[in-house]
Design a binder for this molecule. Structure first.
Ligand SMILES: O=C[C@H](O)COP(=O)(O)O
Length: 690
């Protein structure tokens, strides 16, 4: 299968599963008590109900909705893709066989996976789970194909916000009432209509079988083939062959406890208001608002509104309630499950008029004297509340969907700009590295005033042997005192190791006692000369003008120049390093033509790092190398700048060379102390192999 199709299928599975889990988690969170009742149904089916306390089943209900919602959100945003898909597979692997058992054994009629919002039969639930299991297998096989809607750094915001949201939904529903009421007793519902069986609705079908006997032989008959009177009737069996239409409300009845009168019709037909205090089990009812309940009863009596307490409690429990609360209102019997369906609060108050549910209040939000200021006909409480389902959906969108949507948009924008920035950076680095690849890389040693002739020759020999045996990945130069040059030139393989002097005179020839001219250097067999070293500038007063002359003479005599520049510590501290190096270049080499300049190798050596053990960091060095190259580019153009080798010098060692040389504008090093031992010098040369 093509990658595109595979990714599309994985993401379709992921989004469908996410939608299912978000919906099932949300509808459960909206009605934690309903989910708890369903858990109790399961426990009863398994004969375990008496072992599990209510608080545990309630906690399980809240946890279950949060986990389902969380998995849905994780799938939706592709958060922790591997872990989420594995957890999903585990859940589906457990629940699919469980729902198969439910479908076959049928211990309860509705599994409750979507609360009261969507009712599925047990077989429908099983097939739904088979599909989800198949999706879970797809996701677990290819979790990385799920496209992220949020970057990893911001996933925690989505997770925590979603967790807070879903727990807040559960908390609100428990404390007050479910924000969305999917039951047949919702506000606005006409109870009598809910009880109606529409004309033509299917009736339940029964079949009766008769067992009769004749001459010692027993046989079964139906009404269709009922035999003559010679047969003797023995027994009959009646079985239901088809279910009839069951109205949404089929077990609502109100029977007075005092006289056993069924007042259902009377209550539902009353065109005025009736207040129903609903308390499925008075022994379990919350008793923190008893005074308020009595006040509401007084209000009802004063205004002529019937007030009943509907309960499934025993007479004893009713008596206890009366004693405890001083209740004077009449008590009526109604089925406990029905009462739990009417309102998710024990006790809760329901206001009905002409059989229609006008309002519902949990015991935590009962109306008080400040609200019940007049007859219900004249105050807002007597009308259905204005907040519609649409307005409640809107508030969910405002508080949950919108913030996450904005976060996702901001995150995607940020990720996109980061991607673009990275791409630009990578392109820049790639270009720099490509250019660097084409430049000559050099490691040059500057022996300074070290080594007598014999030691110098020995070192040069050792280096020559080592580097001819194992070819270096860069150009290698050793710059020695004048006295070594001629001898070393003889023994070096100059295809592998170049030879250079550390200085030359600023005069061509003549009566300059003690000086060595560029021509003399060249005549030894050397090809390079170091000029402008900070030690020459500092100790021997070499000015830019003198250096300019030396450079010209060196080039004239066919020598390549390693031209040193670099700032002092004070200049670095004053942030003048760029100014200093630019002035040094302008003062001594920028007078050259572009063609001549090709024979210049620049060595940047911060004076504060020379022989001090203090190296410039790779970043510091790269920054100024890039600047030097830009200055060369300004003067000679990009092409010349790209070809100019710029070395770093100053406490460069085998340990820091790889990091320095990895920078795009650092093309090697000019090495002092570490060039005096073959192994140390080789260690730096080998940095180009890393
Ligand atoms: O020419 C070489 C530089 O002065 C660096 O010397 P160094 O490596 O001993 O710090």
């Amino acid at each position: 299968m093509k990658a595109g199709a595979r990714i599309a299928i994985t993401n379709a599975c992921r989004l469908l599963t996410a939608a299912t889990f978000v919906l099932s988690g949300f509808v459960k969170a909206v009605d934690p008590l309903g989910t708890q009742y369903k858990i109790n149904d399961y426990l009863e089916a398994w004969h375990l109900a008496q072992y599990v306390p209510d608080i545990l089943t309630l906690a399980a209900s809240v946890a279950m909705s949060a986990v389902e919602f969380g998995i849905g959100i994780c799938l939706l945003f592709a958060i922790h893709r591997r872990a989420t898909s594995r957890l999903l597979l585990l859940i589906m692997a457990v629940f699919t066989p469980l729902t198969l058992w439910l479908a076959i054994a049928d211990p309860i009629s509705d599994c409750g996976c979507f609360g009261d919002a969507i009712k599925l039969s047990n077989w429908e639930t099983f097939w739904k789970n088979v599909v989800l299991l198949a999706f879970a297998v797809v996701l677990a096989r290819r979790p990385a194909d799920m496209i992220r809607f949020i970057s990893r750094t911001n996933q925690w915001i989505v997770l925590n916000y979603s967790a807070l949201f879903i727990l807040a939904v559960s908390g609100y529903s428990l404390y007050y009432l479910p924000q969305f009421d999917f039951r047949p007793y919702h506000v606005g519902a006409d109870i009598r209509k809910g009880m109606e069986i529409p004309p033509g609705a299917p009736q339940p079908q029964f079949e009766t079988t008769f067992i009769l006997e004749k001459g010692g032989q027993r046989k079964e008959f139906t009404l269709d083939n009922y035999p003559d009177s010679t047969w003797t009737f023995i027994d009959s069996k009646t079985v239901q062959t088809a279910e009839g239409y069951v109205p949404p409300i089929h077990d609502f009845s109100i029977t007075r406890r005092d006289n056993s009168e069924d007042i259902t019709e009377q209550v539902l037909a009353d065109s005025s208001y009736t207040m129903l205090l609903v308390a499925p089990y008075l022994e379990l009812a919350d008793d923190s608002h008893l005074d308020l309940i009595n006040q509401i009863y007084e209000y009802a009596t004063d205004n002529g509104y019937p007030f009943y307490c509907l309960t499934a409690s025993t007479d004893r429990a009713i008596e206890r309630w009366r004693d405890m609360t001083g209740a004077e209102y009449p008590f009526c019997s109604t089925d406990a499950t029905t009462l739990q369906t009417v309102i998710r609060s024990n006790p809760g108050l329901v206001l009905i008029k002409s059989g229609r549910v006008i309002r519902k209040w949990s015991h935590n939000r009962l109306p008080d004297e400040y609200q019940l200021t007049d007859r219900l006909e004249r105050i807002e409480l007597g009308r259905q509340p204005d907040d519609t389902t649409a307005s409640r959906v809107l508030s969910i969108i405002t508080w949950f969907v919108l913030p996450l949507l904005l976060l996702t948009l901001a995150d995607r924008l940020w990720a996109w700009s980061k991607f673009v920035r990275n791409k630009e950076r990578q392109t820049k680095i790639y270009k720099l590295l490509k250019r660097k690849k084409m430049r000559k890389k050099i490691v040059a040693g500057n022996w300074k005033m070290n080594m007598n002739l014999q030691d110098g020759i020995a070192l040069a020999k050792e280096l020559n042997e080592t580097l001819t045996a194992e070819k270096p990945n860069c150009g290698v130069i050793i710059c020695t005192p004048f006295i070594h040059l001629a001898s070393i030139a003889q023994l070096l393989d100059q295809d592998v190791i170049g030879l250079g002097a550390e200085n030359c005179a600023d005069k061509e020839k003549g009566a300059y006692t003690g000086e060595v001219s560029a021509e003399m250097v060249k005549s030894t067999g050397a090809q390079y000369v170091i000029l402008g070293h900070s030690e020459r500038r500092g100790y021997y007063g070499e000015t830019p003008e003198i250096l300019k002359e030396k450079v010209l003479l060196a080039l004239k005599n066919g020598l390549k120049v390693i031209f040193c520049i670099g700032e002092s510590l004070e200049e670095r501290e004053a942030n003048k390093q760029n100014e200093v190096v630019k002035a040094e270049l302008e003062g001594s080499v920028f007078n050259l033509s572009a063609e001549e300049f090709k024979n210049i190798i620049i060595a940047y050596e911060p004076i504060w790092a020379i022989g001090t053990g203090k190296t410039a960091t790779a970043e510091q060095a790269e920054e100024i190398h890039a600047y030097i190259r830009s200055v060369v580019a300004e003067h000679y153009g990009e092409a010349v700048a790209d070809d100019t080798t710029i070395l770093y010098g100053g406490s460069c060692k085998a340990s820091n060379a790889p990091e320095l040389f990895a920078k795009p504008d650092i093309d090697g090093g000019l090495i002092g102390g570490a060039s005096l031992k073959a192994a140390d010098f080789k260690g730096i040369i080998d940095a180009w192999k890393k």
